[in-house]
Write a protein that binds this ligand. Structure first.
Ligand SMILES: [Zn+2]
Length: 113
């Protein structure tokens, strides 16, 4: 389960960020997770709940923002979301020429005090 490793890095990053500002508590972490990042949000949440123990984030909440895969069709110049990970344009059937969103995996914000 690579979510544990990802969460370990994310949490370490958040703690370093908090400590750099002199904060002693983390209240909330906001993560953006793309549909194609290969990460399961539920698994991330589970890893977080285990890893936050005995850290300054022990009572923090994890907010996962799921970013659907969004493609761009160059043929009919439209953007479309691809829930089934098939990058075929629903309007004209052309394969998408570009993936615009969906690979995100990053810490968006950390709320501390
Ligand atoms: Zn199209």
């Amino acid at each position: 389960m690579h979510e544990v490793g990802i969460m370990q890095n994310t949490l370490a990053m958040a703690i370093a960020k908090a400590e750099a500002t002199g904060a002693t508590r983390i209240h909330q972490l906001q993560l953006q997770v793309g549909a194609l990042s290969g990460v399961v949000p539920e698994a991330l949440q589970f890893a977080f709940e285990t890893l936050r123990q005995n850290t300054i984030a022990a009572e923090a909440l994890l907010d996962v923002e799921f970013i659907p895969a969004t493609c761009w069709c160059g043929a009919c110049r439209s953007e479309f979301q691809s829930p089934d990970l098939l990058f075929e344009c629903p309007k004209c059937g052309t394969l998408a020429s570009e993936l615009r969103r969906g690979r995100e995996l990053h810490l968006k914000s950390v709320e501390v005090s």
